[in-house]
Every structure is written in structure tokens, then in C-alpha cells.
Design a protein around this ligand. Structure first.
Ligand code: SF4
Length: 212
């Protein structure tokens, strides 16, 4: 089975396992999703969801956040870690967005990654969830699970992304990205993967067989 065939088989199984593949970050507008993804660096989605209601209540659109007092923003997002740097990034990003028509986000990787605090992973989340563009979203879960399943041997996110963009059919890329992320949270844990209950066990070269 080559990578494309395997991706199809894995995606078929995981589409059923995870019918809801929306982001776990709470948001109501594209601007809010972008800010939430920037804040999610080095922390959990649940942690971000705890601070964004207050952040978006105080600063509901880019124009509000662009004019914000950094100390107030820092205090609100402090629990997400790296809060000074993140506050600076989201205020600068809001400044770059505030004069765009309807506060729309740019729709290209180049423009998105030009925004402060926006790397390829964040840009790919936006390209997929806001613009419905096929994307390989390499986060810590995707990286671990795709390696265990034999899709890649690389460890650098950009190399993984580029390799899988070539190897995996476009129509599968986004669903596979989100599904492998969810799979890493539900079965394929970093320390003790739950291979005994994993629906991908028959396709996985890394499955751990319980000692008899
Ligand atoms: S069989 Fe085990 S290692 Fe393979 S994907 Fe499932 S949980 Fe992960």
C-alpha cells in the first residue's frame, strides 16, 4: 500500500470515528479564530478557550484590539503562557487587519505568515477552516501520529508538511489533518497509545501489542 492508498484507508476510518472535525478552539469570526490559534502556541486549546471570552468581549474586532492597552491584554491572556510576546503579536496582527474590508483575513500562505505570530501551522488552520483550502496542519498530535502510522520520518514540521502535500491526495489532506489531530488526543497518546482500542491498529506499523 503506498502513502496515497494508506491515506485514503486511514481517512475513511477516521471520518467515521470523528464526524465533527471542527477546531476545538471556540470562535465566532475568522478574526477570532486567528487570534485563538496564535494564543494556542505552547498551551492547550482548553486553556485558550478559558481566556478568549473575556478577550473577545473587550476587543470584539481587530480595530478594538489594535488600540488596546498591552498591559490589559497581557493580563487577560496571562494563563496561556508567553503572554507578553503573544499580546504583542495579537495587537500587531490586529493592527494589520483593522483596515481590511470587513476585517477579512488574507487567504494566502504568504500573506498570512507575514502577520506577527502566524507560522505555517496557524496559516494552514485558517486556510482550511476559513477558506476551505486543502491543508496539512502539522501540530504536535499530527506529527506524532503521522510518524507512527508511517506517513513520514521527518521531525521538522515544514518538511512533514511538504512531504505529505506531495504524497497525499488534495481531497484528503484537510480531513486527514484534523482527524489525526483528534486521534492523537483520543487514542494515540504520546506516552501510552491505546493501541488495543485503536481503529487504525490493522494499518499501523507502530501498534503496541499488549503483553499476554
Ligand atoms: S495503533 Fe497505536 S500507535 Fe498506531 S495509531 Fe493506533 S494508537 Fe497510535
Amino acid at each position: 500500500m503506498n502513502k496515497a492508498e494508506k491515506a485514503r484507508a486511514v481517512t475513511d476510518i477516521l471520518r467515521k470515528e470523528y464526524p465533527d472535525r471542527r477546531p476545538l478552539l471556540n470562535y465566532e469570526t475568522p478574526y477570532q479564530l486567528l487570534i485563538a490559534v496564535i494564543l494556542s502556541a505552547q498551551t492547550t486549546d482548553a486553556g485558550v478557550n478559558k481566556v478568549t471570552p473575556e478577550l473577545f468581549r473587550r476587543f470584539p474586532n481587530p480595530a478594538d484590539l489594535a488600540d488596546a492597552n498591552p498591559a490589559i491584554v497581557e493580563e487577560i491572556i496571562r494563563p496561556t503562557g508567553f503572554f507578553r510576546m503573544k499580546a504583542a503579536h495579537i495587537i500587531k496582527t490586529a493592527t494589520a487587519l483593522k483596515d481590511r474590508p470587513d476585517h477579512s483575513l488574507p487567504d494566502t500562505m504568504k500573506e498570512l505568515t507575514a502577520l506577527p505570530g502566524v507560522g505555517r501551522k496557524t496559516a494552514n488552520v485558517i486556510l482550511y477552516h476559513i477558506f476551505d483550502t486543502p491543508a496539512i496542519i502539522v501540530d504536535t498530535h499530527f506529527k506524532r501520529v503521522s510518524k507512527r502510522l508511517g506517513f513520514t520520518r521527518f521531525t521538522e514540521p515544514e518538511k512533514i508538511e511538504k512531504q505529505l502535500l506531495r504524497a497525499i491526495p488534495r481531497e484528503l489532506q484537510s480531513d486527514l489533518s484534523m482527524a489525526l489531530n483528534l486521534h492523537g488526543r483520543r487514542y494515540c497518546f504520546a506516552r501510552k497509545p491505546d493501541c488495543g482500542n485503536c481503529p487504525l491498529a490493522d494499518l499501523c506499523p507502530s501498534r503496541v501489542t499488549p503483553a499476554s
